[in-house]
Write a protein that binds this ligand. Structure first.
Ligand SMILES: [Zn+2]
Length: 173
């Protein structure tokens, strides 16, 4: 399985987000599998297509974050949230922001609709950690990053780490 490269902040594709997926089938399935493999090897619990440089409304997740338990794996294509309830804070990190963790407010309970890799429409409820991952990854599809949602105090706290990522990107290019 090909492992994809996860792009780091401030790579512009992270701001471009995704576009609706219109082609379903084997190629999309393979991309989703490669994203899952990349997520597991990066020790993440979720990954959105823009994070691997693809401007598509596609995300993968597994709250276990481990190949040992793939029963909770989800692949969401063109996801939309139908309803949301109860805001709560929780810790988040992001594979595109190595080493940065902060509290973000998300809805605890959501109902979402999406398509699977064959294009079939699905609907389901999620709560707690899974709902949090879905909302974090759906933000990526809009070009929104978790650092956009930090409290003013956390924004100051992580400022130096963000600047370090920006410097590293400038050196790399
Ligand atoms: Zn992320």
């Amino acid at each position: 399985m090909t492992k994809l490269e996860v792009v780091h902040y401030p790579e512009p594709v992270l701001r471009r987000g995704g576009k609706p997926v219109t082609a379903f089938g084997p190629e999309l399935r393979q991309l989703a599998e490669e994203m899952l493999a990349t997520m597991y090897s990066s020790r993440g619990v979720g990954l959105a297509a823009p994070q691997v440089g693809r401007e598509l409304d596609l995300l993968v997740l597994n709250p276990e974050g481990s190949l040992a338990d793939r029963t909770q794996e989800l692949v969401l294509v063109n996801p939309r949230i139908l309803s949301r309830k109860r805001l709560e804070f929780g810790d988040e990190g992001c594979l595109s922001f190595p080493g940065i963790y902060a509290e973000v407010e998300r809805h605890r309970d959501i109902v979402a609709t999406w398509q699977d890799v064959e294009g079939r429409v699905q609907e389901g409820k999620a709560s707690g950690f899974v709902a949090r991952i879905i909302q974090h990854e759906m933000d990526h599809l809009q070009g929104v990053l978790f650092v956009d949602r930090l409290s003013p105090a956390d924004r100051i706290r992580v400022k130096k780490q963000l600047e370090a990522l920006e410097r590293r990107a400038r050196i790399a290019t």
